[in-house]
Design a binder for this molecule. Structure first.
Ligand code: CP
Ligand code: NVA
Length: 321
């Protein structure tokens, strides 16, 4: 049985299979077969969502399934029923699950105990559906593959979105530059796992370090504190919110720490002339990106949002094939 719980656990070949399928699903939106006919899938969400919820509800229906939306706070899970019991109950009634929650361990446990295909629709650790969509969008807009390219992420480089980018870089083979204050670089344990098969052993960040460059799988990881340097010659400038869901108590500190790690017109000028600007959304103008840059790149950013639908249909089709 296939799940999509993280990009860390996905091979480059499986990423490519999903991306290839996405092209077909986008081209033939109305005409595709219905591999989920007669099935019921549930969305179990503990965090807010616009894009992920709607794109999965619509996409699963287009694949033939009936869909239940379960706000985790409305079911007994919210009153403390263990994940493994919820999973065993739902596994006897439904055919697949899409989960948005806090702990990565919870989606792993749900997949294990439910015995049904399970998708990570965002955890604190990863947002795999988003980054597969972003890669599809990059390749669709640029007309070339992402392998060998440079993706620069600006902002909170420790959160779920850049971490999923990191695993995509390692599996597919491109350079990921993360521009952030050092306290917002990814957890050293993640970098260590990604660099495990590197010819040069990596033992963790050293004190006072402001730049790190190391091979990760088929790709390269560059960590920088200098946002302008990170943008130079980039093929894609990408950002995400400074305050992820669950981090609200740290808002004031984060807004202070991350000031300057913004995609704006001056930063875009440093990237390649054909560089794309993308944002997973929601976008907070004046924080991680400015209003003018969102509007100048709105076609790419909202195509990226639309592509969640096509990519997730391909993900689910890949899981059940
Ligand atoms: N990008 C994204 O996952 O958006 P939502 O939080 O609206 O689902
Ligand atoms: N890093 C963000 C992504 C939102 C889609 C969050 O977790 O809130």
């Amino acid at each position: 049985m296939k799940h999509l719980l993280s990009l860390e656990a996905l091979s480059g070949a499986d990423m490519r299979a999903i991306l290839t399928g996405t092209t077909d699903f986008k081209r033939n939106r109305a005409m595709h077969t219905r591999p989920l006919a007669g099935q019921t899938w549930a969305l179990i969400f503990s965090k807010s969502s616009t894009r992920t919820r709607v794109s999965f509800e619509v996409g699963l229906r287009e694949l033939g399934a009936s869909v239940l939306f379960l706000n985790a706070g409305d079911i007994q899970l919210g009153r403390g029923e263990p994940i493994k019991d919820t999973a065993r109950v739902l596994g006897r009634m439904i055919h697949g699950a899409v989960i948005r929650t806090f702990a990565q361990a919870d989606v792993v446990e749900f997949a294990r105990y439910s015995g049904i295909p399970t998708v990570n629709a965002l955890t604190d650790d990863e947002h795999p559906c988003q980054i597969l969509t972003d890669i599809f969008t990059f390749e669709e807009k640029r007309g070339e593959r992402i392998e060998g390219k440079t993706v620069t992420f600006v902002g909170d480089a420790a959160c779920n979105v850049p971490v999923s980018w990191l695993w995509a870089a390692a599996r597919l083979g491109f350079t990921l530059r993360l521009a952030a204050p050092k306290a917002y670089w990814p957890d050293a344990a993640i970098v260590k796992r990604a660099a495990a098969d590197s010819p040069v052993p990596w033992d963790g960040y050293s004190a006072d370090q402001v730049v790190e460059r190391l091979p990760i799988g088929a790709g390269m990881l560059e960590l920088l504190t200098d946002v302008n340097f990170a943008a130079r010659q980039a093929d894609l400038l990408y950002t995400d919110v400074w305050v992820s869901m669950g981090k609200e108590a740290e808002s004031a500190q984060r807004l202070k720490d991350l000031t300057g790690y913004q995609i704006n017109g001056d930063l875009v000028k440093l990237a390649k002339s054909n560089a794309l600007v993308m944002h997973c959304l929601p976008a907070y103008r004046g924080k991680e990106i400015d209003e003018e840059t969102v509007e100048a790149h709105a076609d790419t950013i909202f195509t990226e949002a639309e592509n969640r639908l096509h990519t997730q249909k391909s993900i689910v089709n890949w899981m059940v094939s």
